[in-house]
Design a protein around this ligand. Structure first.
Ligand SMILES: Cc1cc2nc3c(=O)[nH]c(=O)nc-3n(C[C@H](O)[C@H](O)[C@H](O)COP(=O)(O)OP(=O)(O)OC[C@H]3O[C@@H](n4cnc5c(N)ncnc54)[C@H](O)[C@@H]3O)c2cc1C
Length: 394
């Protein structure tokens, strides 16, 4: 450790990965006498609990339940918070620039900037669909659905009314499936509040691959399809969205689907600023890191979570999920401490803990530790994970 000087650890992004680095570092440094300043940066003053966004979009919970104030989380932790939008990273000069023209320097840099919506170059998708990547998106979607259903309640033309009440979801990964399940459960109450007729509710879920929840395999896809079908969600597999216009999806085989609400759940990509800053990136813009989460050829620059291409022991990139981002955050906090203390950090060994995906308030499907779980047991596990997560931030 360099003596008589405070070491600056700068963490970009207060999401699942970056916040975990900050919280764990605070715990690890507590009883040590190192001269270290940990600074956490985010464009928002809150931590987004993205896994709950489908509940915000369906009015099951409020914004505050899915966006926790960082001032509150960091209240009793020795972590400085700087709100601001990062615009570039200057690795040679060890500086990070913000949109307001200010800059911060660092000794160690952790890049945990997550991902943003990817529209896969589909014409009209960005302009005419609503994504579900930020808390503001979730609120916008909720308000949009309310407005369409209110309009439907006073629309006499039955065809026009059905279109207004159709909520089409593009992409059946966990974002699309969780939202579809929750929307169908919300529909009766939504119709009661707005006066729209329940019989006209339509929730088509479109997926270009042959599977729902593709990363979880055939059995999970079959289980999700069984549950969603019972919930009046119409699943269309092997269906490519080719073009989007206002209220219209043009899909494979020259088919067309009209809907009052078009939700984009079709994928994410790393922020452009990584490649724009000259960092080594893969073809999807994620920072290339080694098995210590260190950005290639950079001794003190690390990346993790959705914005990093983190290799497993076979060289394959580990999945972009909250649980991986958190584990990487914990690991990196220990590695940073080791480095500061002049010890060798350990290699990051990804553990496949699995996922649990809700399909409405009382259905879920999951593959914890490679097993298969569904029904009430999966619902309980999903809720337990959500509560446990919040408890780690208190
Ligand atoms: C709707 C939805 C549902 C999901 N459900 C699940 C689930 O059930 N289970 C699961 O495991 N995973 C789920 N995921 C994936 C999971 O949310 C991500 O893998 C996880 O958030 C990645 O963590 P991260 O720290 O890399 O990024 P994030 O958690 O996205 O954090 C990135 C942070 O960086 C900040 N930031 C970005 N750019 C800038 C900038 N230029 N300047 C300043 N700050 C910036 C953002 O504000 C954000 O706080 C879901 C994702 C979505 C979109």
């Amino acid at each position: 450790m360099e003596h008589n000087r405070i070491m600056d650890i700068l963490i970009l992004g207060a999401g699942y990965g970056g916040l975990r680095v900050a919280v764990e570092l605070n715990t690890l440094l507590r009883d040590r006498r190192h001269q270290v300043q940990v600074t956490l940066v985010d464009q928002n003053p809150y931590h987004q609990i993205i896994q709950e966004f489908h509940l915000v979009a369906t009015a099951a919970i409020s914004k505050d339940d899915a966006a926790m104030a960082l001032s509150h989380i960091l209240e009793r932790r020795d972590v400085r918070f700087r709100q601001g939008r990062v615009t570039s990273i200057n690795v040679a000069g060890r500086r990070v620039s913000f949109v307001d023209g200010e800059a911060l320097s660092y000794d160690y840099l952790v890049i945990a900037l997550g991902s943003e919506t990817s529209y896969a170059n589909i014409p009209g998708a960005r302009e005419h669909t609503i994504p579900l990547r930020t808390i503001d998106d979730a609120i916008h979607l909720r308000d949009h659905i309310f407005a369409r259903y209110r309009e439907a309640a006073t629309t006499v033309n039955p065809q026009q009314r059905r279109i207004l009440m159709t909520i089409a979801i593009i992409g059946a990964g966990y974002t699309g499936c969780q939202l579809a399940g929750e929307l169908s459960a919300w529909a009766p109450e939504l119709c009661r509040i707005t006066g729209a007729p329940y019989d006209d509710v339509r929730i088509p879920l479109l997926e270009h691959s042959p599977l729902l929840l593709r990363h979880m395999g055939q059995w999970a896809s079959d289980e999700a399809a069984r549950v969603l079908d019972r919930r009046r969600v119409s699943v269309y597999l092997n269906t490519d969205v080719e073009r989007v216009e206002a209220g219209v999806l043009h899909v494979s085989d020259n088919r067309m689907l009209r809907a009052g609400t078009l939700v984009w759940a079709g994928g994410v990509k790393a922020p452009d600023l990584l490649a724009d800053s000259g960092l080594p990136t893969d073809e999807t813009g994620r920072a290339l890191v080694d098995r210590y989460l260190r950005v290639q050829d950079q001794a003190r620059v690390f990346a993790l979570g959705d914005c990093a291409h983190v290799p497993d022991s076979q060289g394959e990139a580990v999945p972009a999920t909250a649980s991986y981002a958190m584990r990487q955050g914990e690991h990196l906090a220990r590695s940073l401490l080791a480095d500061i203390e002049g010890q060798s950090p350990k290699m990051y060994e990804p553990m496949r803990l699995g996922e649990v995906v809700s399909l409405g308030p009382d259905e879920a499907v999951g593959n914890p530790l490679g097993g298969r779980i569904f029904g009430p047991a999966a619902v309980l596990l999903k809720k337990g994970i959500a509560q446990w997560y919040i408890s780690t931030l208190r």
